[in-house]
Design a protein around this ligand. Sequence first.
Ligand code: ADP
Ligand code: MG
Length: 728
Amino acid sequence: MDATVQLPAAPAAVGVPRERWYQRRLPLPIFYGASLGHLLMVLVAAIAIVAAPLIFNDGFVQQIMQTIAYYTIAAIGLNVLVGYQGQVSLGHGALFAFGAYASALLTTRAGVPVWIAIFVAAGIAGFLGFLVALPTLRARGHHLAMVTIALAVVTFVVAQTWTAVTNGPTGIGNIPRPEWFGTTMGSLRKFRPLGDEGPVLTGQMLYFWVCAGLALIVQLLANNLLTSRWGRTINAVRQSEIASETIGVSVYRMKLKTFAFSAVLAGLAGALFTHQQGYIVSDTFTFDKSVELLVFVILGGARSLFGPLIGTTVLVILPEALKTIGSYNILPSSNLVLQIVLVAVGGLAAAGLMRRGQPTATRTVLSLLTIGGFLGFTLVTPQIIEHFLIVYGGLLIVFLVTMPDGMAGFLRDLPGLRSLSRPAAYAASDGRGVQGELLAKSADARRQRLELNEIKMHFGGVKAIDDLSMTVEPGQVHGLIGPNGSGKSTLVNVVTGVYTPTAGEVRLGSRVLNRLRPHNIAAAGVTRTFQNIQLFKDLSVLDNVMMGFHTRRRAGFLHQLLRTRYAALEEDDVRRRALRLLAFLEIEHLADAEAQSLPYGLQRMVEIARALATGPSILLLDEPAAGVNPSEIGRLSSVIQRVAASGVTLLVIEHHMDLVMGVSNHVTVLDYGKKIAEGTPASVQSNQRVIEAYLGSGSHAFEDLRRGERPPLPLGEALSTGEGAVSA
Ligand code: ADP
Ligand code: MG
């Protein structure tokens, strides 16, 4: 059997708009494929950074701008973890503290130069974060949130009491500040670096440029990461850990890396904080710091590239602005009528927002009224400003009601801005130059048989599988049938490593599988689909399938962070191959659709495409026809046959007898976890025990069973165990 499939060329992508001049992609060595538009945006950002302290030429304001810059760095890291990977950390204040103390101690005690200490401190925070995550991330759910709360609390207590190192509340003073042009950063001394005619600069400006420059770099690198395979993978992990595992993603390692990455950025921010302040005291690093960082991300917009920047900017400025306004006494004095009106406006608008299905324009107006009412109320109530944490908390509630996707999400939805944020259309693929076979396993790998030896899978007293031995011969379509609860899905879970069998052995060729994790088993060439479809719901169909190529990709973390030519070309190649795979399954027109928007039958096709993308030797389909429109069964059947013809061995679990008998060369029947029959479809259908099992279970499948009598595929190399020997 030929190991390669003749695939139709992918279609010229449908509806891809013509390229404009600013969309031209540039073959740069890093940031490969960035467009002129991107470069212009970076240039504008750089100019804004240079200009900002020259325009706001005030030491206090410049210090606030520095603060925004380094908190943005921390928030970007936290957003990767909380927004994209969906794991809440309430301990990033502690990682911030690690960076702060590490840099303070390195410079004051060990005499390490500031420029070096800042980055070493970030590394130390990353490493400590990694150590915390190591035992924690094995668990699922809210475990991380709990452990990070403990981390935040313990870190504060240690900072407070381990005075030999931290000086506790007295603090570490005389922390050196970086120098540049012979000027101490952070000082207000004026100097003219470009001679007497040049601009007057201060040390405060220089430190802002350092912090903001680093923030810009971090933003660009994070954007690279989040729009590459890495970002897609953590998105996928958030949506289905089990599906990620079965296409070869080590979920645990992915989570570890994400946590360490965000810890490095929290540590970098902490170090920048330390050298801005010049002294640090333990009281700074309370639990509040962690909450503050999380609020920056959530209010700004989790899972959006620029949400952290927006959230941090607004929330650092806001309390300062309120304090300033309060201290100048320029507010109208508390006017009860005005206060009541403002609260009423804000409250009514918030109530209006709760109604679903309003047009964007209405929502925008209502959101602004809500926030305006709330802010207005705080402004005419000067007493509140003394307690700006109340304002903070109130804002959090108002924002979560009015802007569930944060400020970034709100801005993105504004009519004028929506088109700007639309994801770049993928390049049209003509399939030329991609001669490599789609299903990349060598013919040898394909010739491995899957063997189950005396498998037992017990759940307490339930013997879901009991002493089952069976063999799936290479190149076969092997049907697996049995009444509900007979152990079919359990068998798939055992083979793919989701469950470790109570006893027995699963082998692929000579390799024992049943001690491996699901992602190792996927890499070994065994993958599956799920009885309850497990797609990455928020991702596009194309992204779902591209995820399937995970184990076959080589560009690592650094390549993706820098978006090297290598990483970008690999991404393009994988996109092309994913499109061809979609074409193979005749769903290429759905490439851009969100997976969850599709009807069940098409979701199943996407799941099969994603599984095929792993290049499997064996594909296990768990009830592929479940929930599928009867008119689409024929299509499913033809897909199964074409996949089989391409050399992939299939194990098909199915209740739909026409389907399973039509496509299988060989059928195994389970009942109560035991094999009750095996043989050609014809022999199995006439087997007395099979008929009894189906009748006994009250299933109507028996009728289907009779109707399904048709000759097996000519390839059928029927293996009869004798049990099914009575021919119809
Ligand atoms: P099938 O897919 O053939 O319908 P399953 O493999 O899903 O059957 O289930 C077989 C038996 O194992 C059922 O009795 C089911 O309740 C039990 N079972 C499956 N998974 C678990 C589990 N994780 N814990 C306890 N019992 C389970
Ligand atoms: Mg099942």
